[in-house]
Design a protein around this ligand. Structure first.
Ligand SMILES: *Cc1c(COP(=O)(O)O)cnc(C)c1O
Length: 410
């Protein structure tokens, strides 16, 4: 008899975006003429940089000829891409990795979701609250948590509350944990941890033998000097941190799919016999067993952003979304709302007026000004009373939405 992985039954289901879609559809049905503006999406809207298109066209043509055709590539990624990444994102900052410390993938959702497989089943995880749901859900699936409690927390997980009260910089956990997930710049809050804060976490991880899983999907959006774009800017991070990066928000690759993970050789965990084993070795084994490489064509497209022209085009693209973020941020402040994020991230995190529950504010926005956003509570219990808007929309839509906020009564 086949049985199921019962851990899946502990999951809350994909409630958040399904519920948003349901409420929007119901409103639209009752109000067919409503001009709804969506600022809830976590997906980019602008086309790929021209350099990527050009490089991918060329790669497609290579596939058409026997002499230049490519079959399976190295599972860890082609050296033309890994070397370009290491040179541009790390060596320019004086941070050095071997090409066997980087793994190219089809994106950071897979990597941040799969990484838990190389850790012990009894390891304790800590996550910030609110945060990108992938970290928690994949650990629930793996049986590393208990069931969902009444307060919205899973048993056996250490939650690190992040709110305006602590400036979205969580305190160190009081209990022992083995793995810490950090998302910086953060989705959904759009806030960051500065050099001092990150140093605190790296030192704590070293002292307590914790591995930090650092998701830097939004690194390209960092504008402030005090916010490191990679955790490896912090001394000692190479001994305790695994870093995830993605081309999705950097270069519009959400539909094209490419990301990478850095696992330094120095990051180790304890085996049952007491010896220390490199996570790099385990991930390499996993990656070569369960993954057959990112498409050659896609890797060519990704590598193109590291040319001089590519860097210019990516900067322009990210700048477009950051300008939207500025427009939303300042417009909402002018409307009297309390807002966070939007300076080093494409997300604006607003405090709902009068502590209104997130879902009530969702309905209010939809009905009064026809704007769709994302209720903060969907990212964790500490997101209650907050609301996420994204700057991934069109400039004109963004401006129209912000103008409507001035008419919102609260
Ligand atoms: C968008 C996003 C990613 C990137 O996912 P891909 O699979 O690379 O598209 C990773 N982490 C966070 C927090 C994100 O918001």
């Amino acid at each position: 008899m086949a049985t199921i992985n019962d851990n899946y039954l502990k999951l809350q289901g994909s409630y958040l975006f399904a519920e948003i879609a349901r409420r929007v559809a119901a409103y639209k049905e009752a109000n067919p003429d409503a001009d709804i503006i969506r600022l809830g999406i976590g997906d980019v809207t602008q086309p790929l940089p021209a350099v990527c298109i050009e490089a991918m066209h060329k790669a497609v043509d290579e596939m058409a000829h026997k002499e230049t055709f490519r079959g399976y590539g190295p599972e860890q990624g082609y050296s033309f891409l890994t070397e370009a990444i290491l040179r541009n994102n790390y060596e320019k900052k004086g941070i050095h990795f071997g090409t066997d410390e980087i793994f190219v993938s089809d994106g950071s959702k897979s990597d941040t979701g799969n990484i838990q497989e190389i850790f012990g089943a009894a390891d304790k995880i800590a996550i910030t609250d609110p945060v990108y749901p992938v970290y928690l859900d994949t650990n629930v699936m793996a049986g590393r948590t208990g069931t969902m409690q009444e307060d919205g927390h899973y048993a056996g997980v250490t939650y690190l509350p992040c709110s305006a009260e602590n400036n979205f910089a969580p305190a160190l956990p009081k209990e022992r944990v083995d793995i810490l997930y950090l998302c910086c710049p953060n989705n959904p809050t759009g806030t960051t941890l500065n050099r001092t804060e990150l140093t605190k976490w790296v030192n704590w991880a070293k002292e307590n033998d914790v591995v930090i899983l650092f998701d830097a999907a939004y690194a390209a959006y960092i504008t402030e000097d005090d916010v490191p774009t990679t955790i490896y800017e912090i001394p000692g991070a190479k001994d305790v941190a695994i870093e995830f990066r993605s081309f999705s928000k950097t270069a519009g690759f959400t539909g094209t799919r490419c990301g990478y993970t850095i696992i330094p050789h120095n990051v180790t965990g304890k085996a049952a016999d007491g010896s220390r084993v490199e996570y790099n070795k385990l991930w390499n084994r996993r990656h070569t067993t369960k993954f057959n490489g990112t498409a050659y064509i896609v890797q060519r497209g990704a590598a193109a952003i590291y040319t001089e022209e590519g860097q210019k085009q990516v900067k322009e693209l990210v700048g477009y979304y950051l300008e939207n973020a500025r427009i939303i941020r300042e417009g909402l402040q002018a409307a009297g709302l309390e807002v966070y994020g939007g300076i080093n991230a494409p997300y604006i995190w607003l405090k709902t007026p009068n502590n209104m529950p997130s879902w009530d504010f969702f309905d209010k926005l939809l009905k009064e000004v026809n704007i769709v956003g994302t209720p903060g509570v969907g990212f964790g219990p500490c997101g209650e009373g907050y609301f996420r808007l994204t700057s991934f929309g069109d400039r004109e839509d963004t401006k129209r939405a912000v103008a409507r906020f001035q008419n919102l009564k609260f």
